[in-house]
Design a protein around this ligand. Structure first.
Ligand code: NG6
Ligand code: CA
Length: 515
């Protein structure tokens, strides 16, 4: 009797254990997380509440920044868009690629179709990959016919799905492109684009100021679309032309749809917001919401978009299985070519935070941007002073999905991005309009460059000087105190370390002219 009882107990135990077995395995089986990069355009360190903004309110961004790892030393690779986007997607410093400069809307694709990218790497692990928003990395190989399939583009460098604007909101073509095809194009009204000359009979910002609802300040005086003068000339494609005020809603809707469509497989979404780049065109429901004019209003709008996007992840039950990385492609600018009150209504708001300079500048505000990671239930809220750059995401995300693919300049710092490790990069080369500078530890060294100290159009200090500049950010976050003369030893050490990475011909560069 006793032995029968023991046998039954034993049997129950075996069955129970047997039952438990697959469950344990299930638990341990790696479930690939979704990965989302949300990338703002020209958003400054000081534009975000979690980074000190009190005047401009960004509750949705703050929730993520304060609920994840908020980096205080996070960098874009460049102080302008194209080079930063090149770096975040390829894991390669943009100064290695001579074409990684602000591109015209007709520029060819600058990422090689044989080159490694974040989405390509993730595809090797079975991810579905998508981009919604600003591209600005070139399309085609030279002479794009916008009335046929436009390629190569995002779909040829790793994205399974793409819904993009080609370049910037202020550049033609002012149409959305879905998987290489212009959305809503009427074949009887073909699109023609030129960055050289106007098409006969077409109005321009320069010649037809009476047609403008937004006035140009510098540049931006070519074709007029929706009453806004643009960079470049465009003819035709009337039915396909975007409505600027609806752009934020359009990109939000597309990114939400992307999530819903791919919720049953691991996905990577690169959601590249157009705000607060010019022309700043908030939807009417955001007009006047910031008190700072359209620049502030589109930041309020972008913040709302991010909140709505997060709600979709939540609704689909994906928030706890999604790593979100938020950052900006470069620092802030007020007047970037239109009269839109960004400078006159700024008041006490400081988009550049505690830093000197802004977009286009080698001073900190050009590249030192808001940067945070969020992963509900996995990342514990913290503030990290680790030095990180967007170029590091390729290798770090690769480590997350157990891929041994690495980017040339991309340091694997998964634990830093997950908040488990506080030590980041030792050093970093930053770029601004083809010039480069070097950060190591708390020190920044800016080599001498020809050119104006201030760009008077945008009213930003560019950091050009005939002298070397050396700053210690720990004591002097505003880069006011050039220590190059007083600390020659440190300067020599910085120059040598910089040149070991950058080479010695960095002075012979052609600088961008904004006019
Ligand atoms: C500049 C434009 C500026 C902006 C910038 C690109 C002029 C005078 N200025 O050339 O308005 O479009 O290019 O910005 O044309 S970025 O964020 O995409 O790099
Ligand atoms: Ca930008």
């Amino acid at each position: 009797m006793r032995s029968l009882l023991s046998l039954i107990i034993l049997l129950i135990l075996v069955i129970a254990c047997d039952h438990k077995q697959p469950k344990e395995e299930e638990k341990q089986a790696p479930k690939l997380p979704n990965i989302v990069f949300i990338y703002a355009d020209d958003l400054g360190y000081g534009d975000v509440g979690a980074y000190g903004s009190t005047i401009l309110k960004t509750p949705n961004l703050d929730k993520l920044a304060n609920g994840g790892v908020r980096f205080t030393n996070g960098y874009a690779a460049s102080a302008t868009c194209t080079p930063s986007r090149y770096a975040i997607l390829t894991g390669v410093y943009p100064w290695r690629e001579k074409n990684a400069k602000i591109l015209a809307g007709t520029a060819p694709l600058i990422i090689g179709t044989d080159q490694m990218t974040v989405p390509k790497m993730l595809k090797t692990k079975g991810y579905h990959t998508g981009i919604v928003g600003k591209w600005h990395l070139g399309l085609g190989t030279g002479n794009v016919n916008w009335n046929e399939r436009v390629s190569p583009g995002p779909n040829e460098v790793g994205f399974d799905y793409s819904y993009i604007m080609a370049a910037t909101q202020d550049r033609v073509p002012t149409v959305y492109i879905e998987n290489g095809g212009v959305v809503g194009l009427d074949p009887n009204d073909p699109i023609e684009i030129s960055y050289k000359k106007n098409f006969e009979g077409e109005p321009t910002g320069k010649e037809n100021p009476e047609m403008l609802k937004m006035k140009w300040h510098h540049g931006h005086n070519s074709s007029i679309v929706n009453g806004i003068p643009r960079i470049g000339y465009m003819k035709g494609g009337k039915a396909a032309q975007w409505k600027d005020e609806d752009m934020a809603d359009t990109f939000l809707k597309e990114s939400q749809k992307y999530v819903t469509d791919h919720k049953n497989e691991p996905f990577f979404l690169y959601y590249a917001l157009q705000q607060p780049h010019v022309p700043r065109t908030p939807h009417p429901r955001f007009v006047g919401k910031s008190g700072l004019g359209p620049r502030g209003d589109v930041i309020v709008e972008a913040d709302w978009m991010v909140g709505e996007f997060i709600k979709t992840l939540e609704k689909e039950g994906l928030l706890e299985n999604t790593l979100i990385v938020f950052s900006s492609d470069n620092g802030p600018v007020l007047n970037d070519g239109y009269y839109d009150e960004a400078d006159t209504k700024i008041g006490e708001h400081t988009p550049w935070g505690p830093f000197r300079g802004g977009k286009y500048s080698l001073f900190e505000a050009g590249t030192h941007v808001p940067f945070f990671t969020y992963w509900k239930g996995t990342i514990k809220p913290s503030v990290s002073d680790a030095l990180v750059c967007q170029v590091d995401l390729l290798s770090s995300v690769a480590a997350l999905v157990d891929s041994d693919i690495r980017g040339k300049d991309s340091e694997e710092m998964l634990d830093v991005f997950l908040g488990k490790e506080k030590e980041g990069r030792k050093d970093l080369v930053i770029e601004a309009t083809s010039r480069t500078a070097y950060r190591k530890g708390d020190w920044v060294m800016i080599p001498p460059y020809k050119g104006p100290a201030i760009n008077k159009w945008v009213n930003i200090e560019l950091a050009n000087s005939t002298e070397y500049q050396l700053y210690n950010l720990k004591d002097d976050i505003g880069e006011q105190n050039n220590l190059a003369e007083d600390n020659k030893e440190k300067l020599a050490e910085m120059v040598a370390a910089f040149e070991a990475i950058r080479g010695t011909d960095y002075g012979k560069i052609q600088q961008l002219e904004l006019k």
